[in-house]
Design a protein around this ligand. Structure first.
Ligand code: ATP
Length: 242
């Protein structure tokens, strides 16, 4: 008889997450029992006032930081307590990150900005063996984000929207299953931000990429499938939020 396993379509979950920072001797609780999850292929937005803990939550989900209490589950398996090396490998293999200020390297052109972070994923030797193949992939993702005509340009020669597209191509190079975006339109005008949202929505639909996006902008948040709101380190009902 075939064993029927329970379906678990939750891609990533936070269970009773708490994070406390210290300002000198004073404890500042930032996350105070967060319970949330995103399903596979879901586009989830997180809103909340400045200081409500949105970025902190994103960092914990993406293994950029560790919780003080609670758990982070990936496909039902706890990942926050793994040894540092395993966490690092998992982070590189599973997550792609996009930030408000792009974090591109100013001295490298677009192609090298997209390509070079792969050195972290592979050993230097592997990287150089694979470099031709990686270069082709980088060109492919640069084309996907509509920047083929800018491939030799340095970040200073790109617009804000183009820099964010470059950052998205760089994230896609790691073939992430989950894209974590922290204010991806926060530094862009409404029109350019809209184009970035269109791109994220297309990636979500075409590649079934799970996306979790932090934003303070409700109009941007609404373009995701679902929105949760953080208030004083907890998940609040949207109706409760002013
Ligand atoms: N490394 C840190 N050490 C001490 N306090 C921190 C640290 N990181 C964040 N905080 C504090 O934690 C609180 C939540 O920060 P967080 O960046 O998660 O909020 P946010 O909702 O993303 O805010 P914003 O919308 O302004 O980016 C803030 O009061 C911040 O000052």
């Amino acid at each position: 008889m075939t064993e029927i396993l329970p379906m678990n379509d939750e891609h990533i979950s936070a269970v009773a997450l708490e994070k406390i920072y210290f300002k000198g001797e004073i404890q500042v609780p930032v996350l105070r029992g967060i319970r949330m999850s995103a399903k596979k292929g879901e586009f989830l937005s997180i809103i909340g006032q400045s200081g409500s803990g949105k970025s902190t939550l994103l960092h914990l989900l993406g293994l950029l930081d560790t919780p003080d209490v609670g758990e982070v589950l990936l496909e039902g398996q706890r990942i926050d307590d793994l040894p540092p090396r395993v966490r690092d490998e998992l982070r590189n293999r599973v997550f792609g990150f996009i930030f408000q200020f792009y974090h591109l390297l100013p001295e490298l052109n677009l192609l090298d900005n997209v390509l070079t972070p792969q050195m972290i994923r592979y050993s230097i030797r592997e990287y150089w063996t694979k470099r031709k193949e990686l270069k082709e992939r980088a060109r492919y993702f640069i084309d996907q984000v509509g920047l083929s005509h800018r491939i030799t340009h340095k970040p200073s020669e790109l617009s804000g929207g183009e820099m964010q597209r470059a950052a998205i191509a760089r994230a896609l190079m790691g073939e992430p299953k989950l894209l974590l975006a922290d204010e991806p339109t926060g530094n862009l005008d409404v029109g350019t931000g809209g184009e970035i949202m269109e791109l994220l929505n297309r990636l979500n639909e075409e590649q079934q990429l799970t996306i979790i996006m932090v934003t303070h902008d409700r109009a941007v948040a609404k373009q995701a499938h679902r929105t949760i709101c953080l208030q004083e380190g907890k998940v609040a009902k949207l109706a409760e939020v002013a």
